[in-house]
Write a protein that binds this ligand. Structure first.
Ligand SMILES: Cc1cc2nc3c(=O)[nH]c(=O)nc-3n(C[C@H](O)[C@H](O)[C@H](O)COP(=O)(O)O)c2cc1C
Length: 208
């Protein structure tokens, strides 16, 4: 790879340490749906993939959230990826508590049965990731639930004629320093920086 040419000075400011990692996904996490807990939805931006095999992800939740107690006691949740159309309900579910309102009833989002966990999925979300908590880490302001993905559902409407899942067709949402953004068009696929033209490299998927 050619080195970027040095032109001029790049000035920097020093900020106090904080969470500036951006952009982040923003997701609707569903929980509850048991005899003891009604179904609830919490908006979470502090989430990430943490392991490929077994597939694992994490969410970080403040202990004063209504959802915290539900997830801690049931050990289950579903990460529902919102579409761009769901940007407003995504924000709203992060503004009100399930202690006071039924977020499914108020938003009109449809709770549907998950494949392996008791809490519902959000039917309208293009991707639903069912999770079982494996580790609970009390980190300070937030508790991180590290969870194994035990089932995944995707919307069939997003499969193209060749059966490839085209999530971008749903319209994707991200969160960046307090603002929501629509994801723009693809500017390259995994490995494009080293990819040689020709059939040998075509169709290679990422391995992480
Ligand atoms: C964009 C956005 C991202 C958020 N991310 C988190 C998060 O990562 N962790 C968290 O504990 N709360 C987060 N919140 C706040 C909760 O979603 C909010 O307090 C919610 O009302 C809690 O709902 P509950 O009391 O029904 O659990 C976020 C809110 C918004 C709007």
């Amino acid at each position: 790879m050619k080195k970027a040419t040095k032109r001029g000075r790049i000035d920097k400011q020093s900020w106090k340490p904080g969470n500036v990692l951006s952009p982040l996904p923003v997701v609707l996490v569903t929980c509850g749906g048991t005899a003891a807990w009604k179904p609830n939805i919490i908006t979470i931006a502090w989430t990430g993939s943490v392991c490929s095999d077994p597939p694992m992800l994490s969410i970080s939740v403040r202990p004063d959230r209504y959802s915290y107690e539900i997830i801690r006691t049931t050990g289950e949740f579903v990460v529902n990826v919102p579409s761009l159309q769901q940007a407003k309900v995504t924000d709203w579910c992060g503004m009100v508590s399930g202690r006071k309102v039924d977020k499914f009833a108020e938003t009109g989002l449809t709770p549907a049965q998950a494949l392996k966990v008791q809490c519902p999925i959000i039917l309208e979300s293009p991707v639903n990731i069912e999770c079982v908590v494996r580790e609970t880490l009390n980190l300070g302001s937030h508790t991180m639930f590290v969870a194994e993905v035990i089932a995944v559902q995707v919307s069939s409407a997003l499969l193209d004629a060749k059966g490839k899942f085209r999530l971008e067709k749903a319209g994707l949402l991200s969160y960046c320093l307090g603002q929501y953004f629509a994801l723009g068009p693809s500017i390259g696929r995994f490995g494009f920086s080293v990819q040689k033209r020709g059939p040998a490299n075509r169709g290679r998927g990422p391995k992480r």
